[in-house]
Design a protein around this ligand. Structure first.
Ligand code: MEV
Length: 432
């Protein structure tokens, strides 16, 4: 049985953490190796053009997550301190009421065909729709690995763009079920196949044929309910600084800021993406696509706003909800060729792309709560400082156990600066 509860994980050495993870996860020590070693150069050189090497980032495991009643260990690839800790902490609070409840829609992607030079766009649109069944059958007649897994063309939609820098034109949307893939290749191939038929029917010229990253038919949603008692904020000195009600209301007020103001919403949503992107990257998925979809969706009303909502229920519990497009896959693309991505998927024990999206959206919600809780109480700098101090200590030349010692002293002094780190380091080294 996988457990996402590994007490004391943070305080273990890296080697001890690996051993604990092998015990707690579905992965054997051997299967963990891809997550702990660099990508082989020959694989890298087949993934992109002109490869000369690889670039590493830390991979941490977020703990305590329970999603839809199942314990999940979350691999997160990220350079920013506090994110893995923040997600793990909030997942622990959410456990008190059963963790995260998440759902995902059918994996329907949208492929777009831009049709130019159409004489009567409205009439052409009608002609395309009248032949929908025939066109979908035509798209599906081509060989495709997704079709054998139950995917394929599902629907056609037609839109007339009335105004643009080049005037009026027609857009055909091909709705394509990509099952467990992210699906970009399948959708683009299908669009290219469909294009000549659309030209015949509309009398126009198909220009672009490409998927849309605003995957608003492929949504994922997570909710969590945090009992107000769990929200009590006890400072490091053991003193209760904020009651549960104060923290809850502070989080709701912070959300209201993002709901009403695009300047704040951008940062609020960045905090959500702090949780989303690291899992997207760890699983070999396209994080630029996810970012593009998330922010376009946040602006869907014409005004950019918060992706999440925070409120209280009748019992006074804090209720969080995050719904956003999440086009991720577990087959094909980098997920297939990158051994660490495969191991990451296995670590989470996910069996479908939808299940992966449900976990990722839950991590986004946890991360959002971590940021809002910190911002609504002592501010984020305090939490950031001890981890930031370690980075400064390393940059100042500390190694081994001196990293922790220099960082702790700077954190205690409340001065985290390179010059101070160097001074402390010199004193410690000379005192050896
Ligand atoms: C920092 O990476 C993320 C935050 O700015 C998010 C937020 O402000 O909600 C702390």
């Amino acid at each position: 049985m996988t457990t996402s509860r590994i007490p004391g994980f943070y305080d273990l050495t890296l080697e001890e953490r690996r051993a604990k993870l092998a015990d707690a996860s579905p992965l054997s020590p051997g299967e963990l190796i891809p997550l702990t070693s660099p990508l082989a150069l020959d694989v890298a050189s087949h993934m992109v053009e002109n490869a000369i090497g690889t670039f590493s980032l830390p991979l941490g495991v977020a703990l305590n997550f329970m999603v839809n009643g199942r314990d999940v260990l979350i691999p997160m690839v990220i350079e920013e301190p506090s994110v893995v800790a923040g997600a793990s902490f909030m997942a622990n609070l959410a456990r008190a009421s059963g963790g995260f409840t998440a759902t995902s829609a059918e994996p329907l992607m949208i492929g777009q065909l831009q049709v130019l030079n159409v004489e009567d766009a409205n009439k052409a649109a009608e002609r395309v729709l009248a032949r929908k069944t025939e066109l979908l059958t035509y798209v599906d007649a081509a060989e495709s690995s997704l079709k054998s897994r139950g995917g394929g063309a599902r629907d056609l939609e037609v839109r007339v763009i009335e105004e643009s820098p080049i005037g009026k034109f027609l857009v055909v949307h091909l709705i394509y079920d990509v099952r467990d893939a992210m699906g970009a290749n399948a959708v683009n191939t299908a669009c290219e196949r469909l294009a000549p038929r659309i030209e015949e029917i509309t009398g126009g010229k198909v220009h672009l044929r490409i998927l849309s990253n605003l995957t608003d038919k492929r949504m994922a949603k997570a909710t969590c309910v945090i009992p107000v008692k769990e929200l009590e904020f006890v400072a490091q000195d053991g003193i209760l600084r904020y009651s549960g009600e104060e923290v809850r209301d502070g989080i709701i007020a912070a959300y209201a800021f993002a709901a009403a103001d695009p300047y704040r919403a951008a940062t609020h949503n960045k905090g959500i993406m702090n949780g989303i992107d690291p899992v997207v990257i760890a699983t070999g998925n396209d994080w630029r696509a996810i970012e593009a979809g998330a922010h376009a969706y946040a602006a869907r009303s014409g005004r950019y706003t918060s992706l999440s909502t925070w409120s209280k229920d009748e019992s006074g519990n804090l209720v969080g909800e995050l719904e956003m497009p999440l086009a991720v896959g577990i087959v094909g693309g980098a997920t297939k060729v990158h051994p660490a991505a495969q191991a990451a998927v296995k670590l989470m024990n996910v069996k479908s792309a939808g299940e992966l999206a449900e976990i990722i959206v839950s991590v986004g919600l946890a991360q959002n709560m971590a940021a809002l809780r910190a911002l609504a109480t002592e501010g984020i700098q305090r939490g950031h400082m001890s981890l930031h101090a370690r980075q400064v200590a390393i940059a100042a030349g500390a190694s081994g156990e001196l990293i922790e010692k220099v960082a702790s002293q700077m954190a205690a002094e409340g001065v985290v600066r390179m010059d101070r780190a160097k001074e402390i380091l010199m004193t410690m080294e000379s005192g050896k």
